[in-house]
Ligand binder design. Sequence first.
Ligand SMILES: Cc1cc2nc3c(=O)[nH]c(=O)nc-3n(C[C@H](O)[C@H](O)[C@H](O)COP(=O)(O)OP(=O)(O)OC[C@H]3O[C@@H](n4cnc5c(N)ncnc54)[C@H](O)[C@@H]3O)c2cc1C
Length: 414
Amino acid sequence: MQKFSIWSLLRNALSYHEGWQQQWRSPEPQREYDVVVIGGGGHGLATAYYLAKEHRVGRIAVLERGWLGGGNTARNTTIVRSNYLWDEATALYEKSMQLWEGLSQDLNYNVMFSQRGVMNLGHTLQDLRDIERRVTANRLNGVDAEVLSPAQILAMLPFINLNTRYPVLGASLQRRAGVARHDAVAWGFARAADALGVDIVQNCEVQGIRREAGAVVGVDTARGFIGAKKVAIVAAGHSSVLAALAGFRLPLESHPLQALVSEPLKPILPTVVMSNAIHAYISQSDKGDLVIGAGIDAYTGYGQRGSYPVIEGTLAAIVELFPLFSRVRMNRQWAGIVDVSPDACPIIGLTPVRGLTINCGWGTGGFKATPGSGWVMAHTVAQGRPHALNAAFSLDRFHSGRLIDEHGAAAVAH
Ligand SMILES: Cc1cc2nc3c(=O)[nH]c(=O)nc-3n(C[C@H](O)[C@H](O)[C@H](O)COP(=O)(O)OP(=O)(O)OC[C@H]3O[C@@H](n4cnc5c(N)ncnc54)[C@H](O)[C@@H]3O)c2cc1C
């Protein structure tokens, strides 16, 4: 793999940047692999990368029905944080945060991870109690977190309106949290996985999952049958569809989730601001756009659109919080399909089919987990059992009742 560095940039500048290699190959699928990963989103690509890098698995393919990053990976609002409430979730997201902190160097690809902080606003006394509780839990788990008073919020954001219909009474702040460039994450993992020999096959929809004597033996795809000793489903919003192909059901609902960006502005918003209570959050991209997200649409479906009242409600909330943005024009709006689980936590582990593993249920908040999710998933696939970090996130918790209720820390917040 050609290495990106200041020296390679200078060398290539001398040859008018005509010497750069392609970032990854577009191979024809082989007849058989050791592991097939279904889904070329961030999580699937990260799984393949860590399988090759950490577990030395030889023949790996990532099968993607569309193009890399065409799913939620490059549709999300890129917020990365690890300030969840419960020990299990905090440990998983904090592992991810630690991987984020070295990811650009590890992949030799600038994922533009920017630790500009994430602020969660509290609008009621109960919100404030929840913030205090979560900040304390975070600190006990070694995760940075602090409680801000209204005066401290104003010091960071002098133009915020705290006297909204639901007045802002305080906030939590995780300073190590922030944002990353989402498509660079998909491309960086793809390039690094390809360099380790992983075949990334785009336009290759999986249409069937073949099993013999209770074990997976391969997948039927738009490009023919591909044999595999192990198969990993990492398909986000379409996980239930794939589980049905393998003959089992998931406790998931797939909902549209929307986002929108404005015209670019000069730098004004130094941190990410989110409010669960009024269902709105906002950050500013390095390009200058305001990146705005909303709550999920209430209905289920696979149309990547979303409905107008959600945008209207979100923009009304943003304008109330930040009146000076009231005349900013919106440039684009889109939606992805998020896979929401009953306890707002992911499912990462084994399935009733031998050799078939699954990673799904990240709902509105899986981008932040991309490296950590791939890391634990690779372990689960390679070893045939979960890592300690994802043991609690098994599918059978919905039978045993050992749920990890992260609704307070997740809700619509990302
Ligand atoms: C609008 C929006 C905002 C969000 N904001 C945030 C945020 O700020 N922070 C955060 O942490 N999370 C956020 N999320 C959630 C986050 O994007 C997802 O949880 C995460 O990206 C899911 O994992 P993934 O990247 O692998 O999914 P995806 O990128 O969706 O990857 C799944 C892939 O599987 C492919 N696939 C599906 N079916 C098949 C098949 N049959 N055969 C082959 N391939 C198949 C799809 O085409 C897709 O490319 C947001 C999501 C949305 C939609």
